[in-house]
Write a protein that binds this ligand. Structure first.
Ligand code: ADP
Length: 404
C-alpha cells in the first residue's frame, strides 16, 4: 500500500509518501508559511530536490500543491493520486475517546472537535489538514493516528492529579501524556533491535527534543508519561518549564502583575533551558558551545536538564519495579552524547555502565551500554511518520480495503 502521511500544523503541513510493504520513503516534504507567502520543500528517493516559493493561501492549496507535485511527470513519484491507498493523519489530542488509530469519519471529526479545548493550538490545525484532504480526495481512506492514544493504558493512579475528583468527572482534567507515536515506535524498535519480545520487557523511552518527555512502557503498554494535561508538564524543555509548584506561579503573577495568559506565555515560551540560560538559547548545540566557553548559565541549564531526566528515569524504574531498556531518542537524545553520558552517570545504582566509544557512534539504532551493564541503554532514531504509515496500513487492512 502507498500511504500519504500528513502532519498538519497551523501554518505548515509536513508530508511523506511511504510504501508500506517495503517501508521505503518515496517522497517527503513540507509546505511552510501557509496563508503567508508559501514555501514548498520536496525530496524524492530518486534524488529530486526542490525548495521554492509557492503561493498557498490555505491548507487546501497546500494539499493541492503536494498532490500535483507527487503526480508531476518530472518530479513526481506517482502516476495518479488514486495510487495513494490511505492517508494517515497525525492527530495530537484524542482525549479519552481514542485509544488507538481510527478511520476518520464525520463522527470522529465531531469527537475530535469536542477535544479542541484540550489542545487549542494543535487539534484545530490538524483538522484543517484532514478537511483539505477530504475535499481533494473524497474517495481515499483517511486514518487518524493520535499522539495521546498509546498513553491511554495509564491507570488512574498514574493519570489522576491530586485535585478534587469532580474536576476529572466534569472536565476530564487528568494527565494524558504526549509523544505517544514516537514512544510506541521507539519502544517497539528497541525490542526488535535487541531480539526481545515487547510483551516481556520494561522500557523507558527518553524522547529528548525541543519538547521532551519520558515514557515507561511495561510489556508493550504505557505505565506513565512525564507530560500531563498539556505538554508543559514534566522535564525542563527547550522553552517549556516542566514541573513547577503552582504556588510559585501565583506568587510570580502578583509580583509582576501578570494575568493567566501572560504567565502561560512565560511557562511555554520563555522558560526551560532558554530561560535558565538567561535567553542565550533553547538549542542544546548552542548551549554546548557556550558551555565550552565557560558560560555558567549554559552549563547550569544543561545540568538541570540532565538531572531532571535522571530523576524521571529513576522514578519510572520504580513505577515498573525494574527496567530492561533505556532508550534515548529525538534531536537531543539522538545526537548529544555528553548529555547521555551525564544522565547515565546518575543511573549507576541501576547497574548501568556506558561504553564511551559506542556512545559516540551515529546510526539508526545502537546499543551504548557495556556488555556487563545490568540495563541495556540504546540510542534509536525516532520515526513518527513510519509509525503513522504502519498504523494507517493496519487500519486499512482491518477495514478490508484502501479505498472507501
Ligand atoms: P522537536 O521535534 O521537539 O522540535 P527535535 O527532536 O527536532 O525537536 O530536536 C530539536 C533539538 O535537538 C534542537 O533544539 C537541538 O537542541 C537538538 N539537537 C539537534 N542536533 C543536536 C546535536 N548534534 N547536539 C545536541 N543537540 C542537538
Amino acid at each position: 500500500m502507498k500511504i500519504l502521511v500528513i502532519n498538519s500544523g497551523s501554518s505548515s503541513l509536513k508530508f511523506q509518501v511511504i510504501d508500506s510493504e517495503t517501508e521505503r520513503v518515496m517522497a517527503k516534504g513540507v509546505c511552510e508559511r501557509i496563508g503567508i507567502d508559501g514555501i514548498f520543500t520536496y525530496k524524492t528517493d530518486s534524488g529530486t530536490s526542490v525548495k521554492e516559493p509557492v503561493a498557498m493561501a490555505d491548507h487546501k492549496q497546500a494539499v493541492d500543491t503536494i498532490l500535483k507535485t507527487l503526480t508531476d511527470q518530472e518530479r513526481g513519484v506517482l502516476e495518479d493520486f488514486s495510487q495513494i491507498d490511505v492517508i494517515g493523519h497525525r492527530l495530537v489530542h484524542g482525549g479519552e475517546k481514542f485509544t488507538g488509530s481510527v478511520v476518520v469519519t464525520d463522527e470522529v471529526i465531531q469527537a475530535m472537535t469536542e477535544c479542541n479545548d484540550l489542545a487549542p493550538l494543535h487539534n484545530p490545525a490538524n483538522l484543517v489538514g484532514v478537511d483539505a484532504c477530504r475535499q481533494l480526495m473524497p474517495d481515499t481512506l483517511m486514518v487518524g493516528v493520535f499522539d495521546t492514544a498509546f498513553n491511554q493504558t495509564m491507570e488512574p493512579k498514574a493519570f489522576l492529579y491530586g485535585l478534587p475528583y469532580q474536576y476529572y468527572e466534569q472536565y476530564k482534567i487528568r494527565r494524558y501524556g504526549f509523544h505517544g507515536i514516537s514512544h510506541k515506535y521507539v519502544s517497539g524498535r528497541a525490542a526488535e533491535f535487541m531480539g526481545q519480545d515487547i510483551k516481556r520487557v520494561k522500557t523507558i523511552v527518553c524522547h529528548l527534543g525541543n519538547g521532551a518527555s519520558i515514557c515507561a512502557v511495561k510489556y508493550g503498554k504505557v505505565v506513565d508519561n512525564s507530560m500531563g494535561f498539556t505538554p508543559l508538564e514534566g522535564l525542563v524543555m527547550g522553552t517549556r518549564c516542566g514541573d513547577v509548584d503552582p504556588g510559585a506561579l501565583e506568587f510570580l503573577a502578583k509580583k509582576e502583575n501578570l494575568d493567566f495568559q501572560q504567565v502561560m506565555t512565560i511557562l511555554n515560551q520563555e522558560s526551560g533551558v532558554l530561560g535558565i540560560s538567561k535567553n542565550l538559547s533553547s538549542d542544546f548545540r548552542e548551549l554546548k558551545d557556550a558551555q565550552i566557553k565557560y558560560n555558567e548559565k549554559a552549563s547550569l541549564a544543561r545540568e538541570i536538564f540532565a538531572y531532571k531526566v535522571a530523576k524521571y528515569v529513576g522514578s519510572y524504574a520504580a513505577a515498573m519495579n525494574g527496567v530492561d531498556n533505556i532508550v534515548f531518542t529525538a534531536g537531543v537524545g539522538e545526537n548529544d552524547s555528553e548529555i547521555r553520558e551525564e544522565i547515565c552517570e546518575y543511573l549507576g545504582f541501576l547497574g548501568i555502565a556506558i561504553d564511551e566509544v559506542m556512545n559516540r557512534e551515529q546510526s539508526e539504532a545502537v546499543k551504548i551500554s557495556t556488555w556487563d551493564s545490568k540495563v541495556n541503554v540504546l540510542v534509536i532514531r525516532t520515526n513518527e511518520e513510519l509509525e503513522i504509515a504502519r498504523e494507517a496500513a493496519a487500519v486499512a487492512r482491518q477495514v478490508g480495503s484502501g479505498k472507501r
